[in-house]
Design a protein around this ligand. Structure first.
Ligand code: SF4
Length: 490
């Protein structure tokens, strides 16, 4: 009799690649493809509901006076079906790993402790895979990594391939996973692995996981077509260290890739991850031409302190990052039909790097203020505390020394960024009365509904009205919070 296999998507977030709903990452698709599509796929939310032996009612999942249970939101089946699948499974494969943990509006990824607790009662063979199986995982920035230990797992393994040609069959078969996912998802597309720099940034896990290789436009377009045939229409070229350096920044290859996907008429087509050192006018114009509006080129500036850049072997100087933000603004800030600018820069700041001082935080704030004063649009500033993963230069040389030393400064400093940069920036990009179209209602908090575009780094809009979740709405902006907007339906 054929073995019964169940894949559990516990959600993944890496420097290159996101698989937290509403995104669907590459890892569960590759595992599903590797198993030739002969597996059932559940989410960690399905498992949570099952283990709680909860009688699901709307008021428990989405209480009228409280918050929507985002840890239970991304269920794929009824608890009865989940029970049947788990009790008959011979093998359970948990896909997990957070290496750039963030805050998530509509999902709660699981750490190894929770996964182990939930899977312990099962008699099936248990396998751990995904980023957690390589260099570990951590749900909170600023804390030590949780390393993969056998514990309840019979095997810890990565689904690795020597090259993208060998991997293509799994990608193609993996598209069938969509048939088991009822909710709207943005599909994360892999264009490359590893990092183009010979020795990487001090904190980064990407160079530890694999050598640099790019996936050809033909293979990517073939997979996107297959995903499209399986019902997907929203895609992000997000699983690579830098989309601007795709195939050695060859404009012809990049245009071949973009035009090939655009020809499939995706409703959302975005990018992620741009190394500021590779941003140029020609490629930016190509992205603006082919992407759908609302895309963000998230740039890992990490710091604007030149000494910290040097000590941590960072990919870009403060001047480079500033220049890259200017270049993206030149062609990216035109508004599209959903009310969003076409393509804006995003800035990632990382706290706790080697050499960080109080002056580093001042320099970061000064440079961001300078962007504001130069009338630039910056879509969002992502502030994270580093997780020193074993094997990285940061782990070997400094560990959490600078986190411990400077932690007391972080929250007041971050508050200043939110008040002095983010708030005026939001008012600039989304002035009162501005209209946004096609926002998905995702969660409630009491009488307020939170909506976003399905896309990359979407802005959150809170509407003081209890709207039906899972539906799309249009809204007019009525006010500004530090990192989100308030609005009313139009
Ligand atoms: S440039 Fe730095 S942050 Fe980006 S993938 Fe390479 S090592 Fe990681």
């Amino acid at each position: 009799m054929a073995r019964k296999r169940v894949i559990i998507d516990c959600y993944t977030d890496e420097p290159a690649g996101l698989g937290v709903p509403p995104f669907l990452g590459t890892h569960p698709r590759i595992v599903f493809g590797e198993l030739k599509g002969k597996a059932d796929c559940l989410t960690i939310d399905d498992l949570r509901v099952f283990s709680l032996a909860m009688k699901l009612t709307d008021s428990k999942l989405d209480p009228p006076t409280g918050k929507t249970r985002i840890d239970l939101l991304n269920r794929t089946r009824s608890p009865e079906e989940v029970k049947k699948l788990l009790s008959s499974a011979d093998q359970i494969i948990a896909v997990a790993g957070l290496q750039t943990p963030g805050k998530y509006l509509a999902a709660q990824p699981a750490g190894l402790k929770e996964i182990s607790r939930l899977l312990k009662p099962s008699k099936a063979t248990k396998i751990l895979t995904g980023p957690a199986a390589s260099v570990g995982t951590q749900q909170m920035g600023g804390f030590a990594a949780e390393m993969p230990e056998s514990g309840i797992f019979n095997h810890i393994r990565e689904y690795n391939f020597d090259n993208y040609e060998d991997m293509q069959a799994s990608f193609m078969k993996g598209a069938g996973l969509l048939k088991q996912i009822p909710s709207e998802r943005i599909i994360e597309i892999e264009t490359g692995r590893g990092c183009s720099r010979r020795s990487g940034c001090s904190f980064c896990t990407e160079p530890l996981k694999q050598k640099l290789s790019w996936r050809s436009p033909e293979l990517i377009i073939e997979e996107v077509k297959e995903l499209n045939d399986n019902g997907a229409s929203r895609f992000r070229l997000g699983k690579q260290s830098c989309i601007y350096s795709y195939m050695n920044s060859d404009p012809e290859k990049i245009e071949q890739l973009l035009s090939g996907i655009k020809a499939l008429k995706p409703s959302v087509f975005h990018i992620d991850n741009a190394n500021p050192a590779f941003v140029n006018k020609e490629l930016t114009e190509l992205f603006v031409k082919y992407l759908t509006p609302g895309s963000t080129a998230a740039m890992g500036a990490e710091t604007f302190d030149p000494e910290v850049c040097r000590l941590n072997n960072l990919n870009s100087s403060p001047e480079n990052t500033f220049r890259a933000a200017e270049i993206i603004n030149q062609s990216g800030r035109i508004y599209g039909d959903n009310g969003m600018p076409a393509l804006l820069p995003g800035i990632n700041i990382l706290l706790g790097l080697e050499g960080e001082t109080e002056r580093t935080l001042e320099l970061n704030l000064l440079t961001l203020k300078n962007m504001l004063e130069k009338d630039l649009f910056v879509r969002r500033i992502n502030i994270r505390q580093v997780v020193p993963f074993p094997g990285t230069m940061l782990y070997e040389r400094a560990g959490d020394k600078y986190l411990r030393k400077n932690k007391h400064l972080y929250s007041a400093w971050a508050r200043r960024v939110r008040e002095e940069i983010d708030l005026p920036m939001l008012k600039r990009i989304f002035p009162e009365g501005h209209k946004l179209y096609g926002l998905l209602a995702e969660t409630h908090e009491g009488n307020v509904t939170f909506l976003r575009h399905l896309g990359s780094y979407p802005i959150i809009v809170g509407i003081r009205q209890r709207l039906q979740l899972g539906r799309f709405y249009d809204a007019k902006i009525t006010g500004h919070m530090l990192r989100s907007l308030t609005g009313e339906l139009i």
